[in-house]
Design a protein around this ligand. Sequence first.
Ligand SMILES: NC(=O)c1ccc[n+]([C@@H]2O[C@H](COP(=O)([O-])OP(=O)(O)OC[C@H]3O[C@@H](n4cnc5c(N)ncnc54)[C@H](OP(=O)(O)O)[C@@H]3O)[C@@H](O)[C@H]2O)c1
Length: 243
Amino acid sequence: MLRLAEHEVVPTYHTKPVPDGVRMDVLRRDEVEDVLRKVRPDGIIHTAYRQSDWETTADGAANLAFAARGARLVFVSSDVVFGGRAQAYDENDAPCPVTPYGAAKAAAETAIRAIDPSAVIARTSLIVGYDGRSSHEQFVHGLANGEPGALFTGNIRCPVHVTDLASALLELLTSDFNGIAHVAGPQAVNRLELGRLIAIRDGLDPDALPFEPGQPSDLRLNCERTQKFLTTRLRPVREFLAN
Ligand SMILES: NC(=O)c1ccc[n+]([C@@H]2O[C@H](COP(=O)([O-])OP(=O)(O)OC[C@H]3O[C@@H](n4cnc5c(N)ncnc54)[C@H](OP(=O)(O)O)[C@@H]3O)[C@@H](O)[C@H]2O)c1
C-alpha cells in the first residue's frame, strides 16, 4: 500500500527475509542505528515484536525510537494494553495490562512517548483479511480440519481488515497527528463469532467449530475519535468478511 502511494519503501526483517528487505535486529542498538543511518527514512512504521519476548517487544521499541529521532514514527500497539471491562476503552484510558505481552506493549508505548512525544501510538485489534493467511484465519481453518483448540466466547475484540489498517497507518504517518490513536473495526465480536464469519466466507461449516467460554476479557476499542481524523473508513467485521 505504501508503494502504491508512491513512497519509497524499505522493509526490514529479522529471521524471514522479504523482497528488497534489510535485516535488522531491534535488540541490537548498534545495528538499528546503522540501518537508520544508511536508509535515512522520513517515516517509520514500527511493528516488530515477539509475543512471548519482553525484550523484543519493549526494549526493541525503545531502541528503535531512540535511533529514529528526526524521523516520523508510528508505533503499532495493541488492545491488549488493556485488561478488559464492560465499557469500550478510548484513547484517554490508561493502560492496565493483565498479560506479559500486554505489559510489554504498554512499556513500549511509554518508552516511545518519552523519547518522541510527536510519535503516533496506533493501537489496533485482531488483524484479519490476509486472504486466509493471518494467524486467526489459519487457526479457524485448523479447527475446521479437526485440529485441537477452541474459540473463546468470552474474548471480545474489534477485528480490523489488514488493508484498512495499512491505509490508516499510512494516513497517520503522513499527517501531523501525535499521541494515541485507536485503529480497529467499529464492530465488536467474540472469537467464536469471528471464527464463524471466517468459516462462512471460506466455505467451511461454522457450526463445527469447537468453542469454550475461556477467560472473560472484553477489549473493545472505541475508535470514534481517530476515525473522525481519518479519511480511511475502518470497516465493521461483518462487512469485510461478508464476501
Ligand atoms: N496480529 C494481530 O492480530 C495483532 C493484534 C493487535 C496488535 N498487533 C500488533 O501489530 C503488529 C504486527 O503484528 P503481526 O501479528 O502482523 O506481526 P508479525 O507478522 O508476526 O510480524 C512481526 C515482525 O516482527 C519482526 N521481528 C521479531 N523480532 C525481531 C527483532 N528482534 N528485530 C527485528 N524484527 C523482529 C519479525 O521479523 P521476522 O519474521 O523476519 O523474524 C516480523 O516481521 C505488532 O506490533 C502487534 O503487536 C497485532
